[in-house]
Design a binder for this molecule. Structure first.
Ligand code: NAD
Length: 297
């Protein structure tokens, strides 16, 4: 398939590369020259503009930071939607508000363009390995068009419901992830403060009733898990500011439907404080620094 891939960051870069490796005709684009250079070095053709990447594409996939970036890419007179041919399939994998996803879908549908919100879970490891989980909102027929591509980037594909439903599922998941990373950090920090070996403690909890995804794949303490961002200076991975954005989306949504999410609200405040302390660009698992005893050795 002829695919335009817009947004080549920590997630989009490896996702675009997997489509390229699967033999699809990918033209990539990012505003960042460094991100473009990484893809070029991997042999993926890079366009000079989003519109150039999208010209003649059957499918446009985007992986951008937040709602405002998706709105500015697709909507308005200068937006990409005005330039895409009817019959194009648009798959936005960014985590954004369900309201923005629905607005983009409505504008796309009005132009005869199929549109899916398809946010992902699985982290940068899942993006590289092609084992992401996709949570898809939009028409079932559009999902069937997208499925062969999604299968090259992910291992689990769920149809959450109509336009915006993928985003709603995603913020529920990420609210839980944000909370459980803080809980896991507290438990590890408590054990370490008592002199326990963090590797042994993490393994005990992983195989006990406290077992969770952070303990399985993403231990927040440096040195416990070689492949986790914690062991790489919290570089790459899922930025604290992106987690903060998702927890904000969850709180906005909770207010709109009058849901009680006390731990989600507290988690948002803790990541906000962590970001204000200068850690917004670090992987979100660095939140363990808020509860760690200072190293006085
Ligand atoms: P990132 O900041 O690494 O990458 C985003 C990229 O988008 C950047 O390279 C930026 O230059 C580019 N960009 C921004 N506006 C653009 C535009 N108008 N045109 C072209 N490129 C543009 O972010 P990421 O970690 O790859 O995350 C992307 C999305 O995926 C976010 O919504 C995030 O919440 C979500 N997500 C991230 C992870 C993760 O582990 N990193 C996991 C699941 C979901």
């Amino acid at each position: 398939m002829d695919i335009a891939f817009i947004g080549l960051g920590n997630m989009g870069g490896p996702m675009a590369l997997n489509l390229h490796k699967a033999g699809h005709d990918v033209r990539a684009f990012d505003l960042s020259a460094a991100a473009c250079d990484r893809l070029r070095a991997d042999g993926v053709p890079v366009a000079a503009l989003a519109a150039e990447a999208a010209a003649g594409a059957e499918v446009v996939v985007s992986m951008l930071p937040a709602s405002a970036h998706v709105e500015s890419l697709y909507l308005g007179d200068a937006g990409l939607l005005a330039q895409l041919a009817a019959g194009t399939l648009l798959v936005d994998c960014s985590t954004i508000s369900a309201a923005t996803a629905r607005a983009v879908a409505a504008a796309a549908t009005a132009r005869g363009i199929d549109c899916l919100d398809a946010p992902v879970s699985g982290g940068t490891g899942g993006a590289i390995a092609g084992t992401l989980t996709f949570m898809v909102g939009g028409p079932a027929a559009a999902l069937e068009r997208a499925r062969p591509l999604l299968e090259k980037m992910g291992a689990n594909i769920f149809h959450a419901g109509d336009a915006g439903a993928g985003q709603t599922a995603k913020i529920c998941n990420n609210m839980l992830l944000g909370i459980l990373m803080i809980g896991t950090s507290e438990a590890i920090a408590l054990g370490v403060a008592n002199g326990l070996d963090p590797k042994v403690l993490s393994e005990i909890m992983r195989r006990s009733s406290g077992g969770n995804w952070a303990l399985e794949k993403y231990n927040p303490l440096p040195g416990v898990m070689e492949a986790a961002p914690a062991s790489k200076g919290y570089a790459g991975g899922f930025g604290t500011d992106l987690m903060l954005k998702d927890l904000g989306l969850a709180q906005e949504n909770a207010a709109a439907v009058r849901a009680a999410t006390p731990l989600g609200g507290l988690a948002r405040s803790l990541y906000a404080a962590h970001s204000l302390a200068g850690h917004g660009g670090l992987d979100f698992s660095s939140v363990i620094r808020m509860v760690q005893k200072p190293d006085r050795s």
